[in-house]
Design a protein around this ligand. Structure first.
Ligand SMILES: Cc1cc2nc3c(=O)[nH]c(=O)nc-3n(C[C@H](O)[C@H](O)[C@H](O)COP(=O)(O)OP(=O)(O)OC[C@H]3O[C@@H](n4cnc5c(N)ncnc54)[C@H](O)[C@@H]3O)c2cc1C
Ligand SMILES: *[C@@H]1O[C@H](CO)[C@@H](O)[C@H](O)[C@H]1NC(C)=O
Ligand SMILES: *[C@@H]1O[C@H](CO)[C@@H](O)[C@H](O)[C@H]1NC(C)=O
Ligand SMILES: *[C@@H]1O[C@H](CO)[C@@H](O)[C@H](O)[C@H]1NC(C)=O
Length: 490
């Protein structure tokens, strides 16, 4: 192992040295932060650094860089700005939008920021930007605490917190981004600082939903919450019992007010070459060790193919969601339909879209069409205000982040699949429009939204303030060299 590492380093040095004669940006970065922090193509580090959850979100960069301090991240950022070099910064690499955390320029890896530090006195946890949530939950488990992070295995800490963050505790404590108390940030001007609500309320607001527009975050400090065992797990239900799933979901979302209770209901149709296998995955979660009375009875009565429900650790609950990774390493595309409430008409339309497009596209190479229903309580919005967080731009009404995801294999059907996704989203939005009599379209969740969603749609009445903050922090739009939903300086 040691020998392999030494060989890899020597190889990288040789390649970087060769490139340095041409003064490539990678060589410039190497000269500035150290040769051992820059990795050319085909090194194992490079391969890891450019890897994404979806194959369609991976691009070949010129090199990857692994700065090991926030100051060095800032140095790299300033250099990229000065040389006008396209770059990307990746957390867990789970975005479904190509170019959002990938690039043909310089890939910044946050690999060196990987600590989980629980401060019992402060009641906070400092979390490195490269981590994924299952790692964080695992580290915190012995301390009997947790933080408000992702609900499924392998999702990145960084992207989730910079966009919002729906956790299994959302009904009780709100959005993950609202529970961040400090951000260690590398700024586009080459400096670094720790941002808090007290020392920079504007930037704290911008970092709660504003994505990668304001700098690179290397560490997040989050509030810690006590964590006992939870009760819950997963039901896998075949199509003949989907009616029962829909009824139970309708009952749950219209009657349950206990903030400890949550569900996540996936309808998926997996394309297996010529045939489709429609399966629903229902995750039940109750934030206490014992099964609550009544709340989940209708779900538990469903004739499920697999029923894995028990009192277990939070990490174990998260791991039951492995099916959410079915599409991993394929090509894929996501979008979201901001949904004011889940009634039967809308849910029927959602199910119909899932099966309709899978039926239509499997023979062309579609491998999964999936939709997800995520009902929350209005209490998820009580943890912040439109003054303290860029997302969501209104808290007067909660919009559920209904998800539509498509996964496929051949590159040749990219446009076909995206057009199908568009059509499906349009159909579902028109169902909602009829129901709400044309009322406001709602706030899309940027972490699920398609790349063509505009910043006007995402940030609404918060956009003007975000542009002012952008003007102060990144007047030359250095972060615009990285892909994403781009907020321009005012
Ligand atoms: C299987 C699966 C399960 C999911 N479950 C949940 C869930 O339970 N709750 C939820 O809210 N969302 C969930 N999501 C959505 C998730 O929030 C987004 O995919 C999010 O982008 C993931 O963050 P990441 O770090 O992995 O992404 P990345 O692709 O690495 O990054 C996403 C964006 O953030 C930027 N970025 C990343 N790190 C930094 C940084 N340190 N500084 C500045 N900018 C940065 C990137 O440049 C990019 O624009 C899930 C997604 C998947 C695929
Ligand atoms: C299902 O969706 C398709 C495609 O949008 C549509 O043509 C069809 O009418 C829908 N069926 C039902 C029952 O809603
Ligand atoms: C999908 O919709 C978006 C936004 O309406 C549009 O910009 C894009 O071109 C559409 N893509 C396809 C392939 O239809
Ligand atoms: C760099 O930007 C940060 C964030 O906007 C700011 O606080 C700092 O004063 C700037 N420093 C310099 C030297 O411009």
């Amino acid at each position: 192992m040691r020998l392999r590492n030494a060989l890899t380093t020597m190889m990288s040095l040789a390649v970087a040295a060769r490139q340095s004669t041409a003064q490539t940006i990678c060589a410039q970065i190497a000269a500035s932060i150290g040769w051992t922090s820059v990795f050319p193509s085909f090194t194992p580090q490079y391969t890891t650094d450019i890897l994404h959850w979806l194959e369609s979100s991976t691009q070949l960069s010129e090199c990857s860089v692994r700065p090991n301090t926030v100051e060095k991240v800032a140095t790299v950022l300033a250099l990229l700005g000065k040389t006008n070099t396209p770059f990307a910064v990746k957390g867990g690499g789970h975005t479904s939008n190509p170019g959002f955390s990938s690039t043909t320029g310089v890939q910044i890896s946050l690999e060196k920021f990987a600590g989980v530090d629980y401060d019992q006195n402060a009641g906070t946890v400092t979390i490195g930007a490269s981590l994924v949530w299952d790692e964080v939950y695992g580290e915190l488990q012995p301390h009997g605490v947790t933080v408000l992070g992702g609900r499924f295995p392998s999702v990145g800490v960084s992207g989730l917190l910079l966009g919002g963050g729906y956790s299994w505790k959302a009904n009780a404590f709100g959005l993950g981004s609202d529970s961040v108390v400090a951000w260690e940030v590398a700024f586009p001007n080459g400096t670094a600082a720790t941002v808090t609500d007290a020392n920079d309320p504007d930037l704290a607001f911008a970092l709660r939903g504003g994505g990668n527009n304001f700098g690179i975050v290397t560490n997040f400090v989050m509030k810690a919450y006590p964590q006992t065992n939870v009760w819950g797990g997963i039901l896998v239900v075949t199509q003949d019992n989907w009616d029962a799933v829909l009824s139970a979901t309708e009952t749950f979302s219209s009657t349950v007010t206990d903030p400890k209770a949550q569900i996540f209901v996936i309808f998926g149709s997996a394309g297996l070459v010529v045939t489709n296998v429609p399966v629903s995955f229902v995750t039940l979660s109750y934030d206490a060790p014992e099964q609550p009375e009544g709340i989940f009875d209708q779900f538990l009565a469903i004739d499920a193919l697999i029923k894995d429900i028990s009192s277990r650790s939070l990490l174990s609950l998260v791991q039951t969601g492995l099916a959410a990774n079915y599409g991993a390493f394929t090509r894929g595309s996501w979008d979201t339909i901001p949904t004011p409430s889940y009634d039967r008409t809308f849910m029927n339309a959602l199910v119909n879209q899932t099966v309709f497009w899978s039926d239509k596209l499997t023979s062309s190479g579609s491998i999964l069409v999936g939709t997800a229903i995520e009902p929350f309580l209005p209490s998820i919005l009580a943890s912040g205000t439109t003054e303290t967080a860029a997302y969501p731009y209104t808290r007067e009404q909660v919009y559920f982040p209904t998800l539509l995801a498509m996964y496929w294999l051949p590159t040749s059907i990219d446009q076909t699949m995206i057009a199908a996704r568009n059509s499906s989203v349009d159909t579902l939005k028109s169902v909602l429009e009829i129901e709400t009599q044309g009322a406001a379209p709602g706030v899309p969740y940027s972490n699920y939204a398609a790349s063509t969603t505009t910043v006007e749609q995402l940030y609404g009445s918060n956009l003007a303030r975000l542009r002012q903050i952008k003007k102060r922090v990144d007047p030359n739009n250095v972060m615009g060299l990285a892909g994403g939903f781009k907020i321009l300086p005012a």
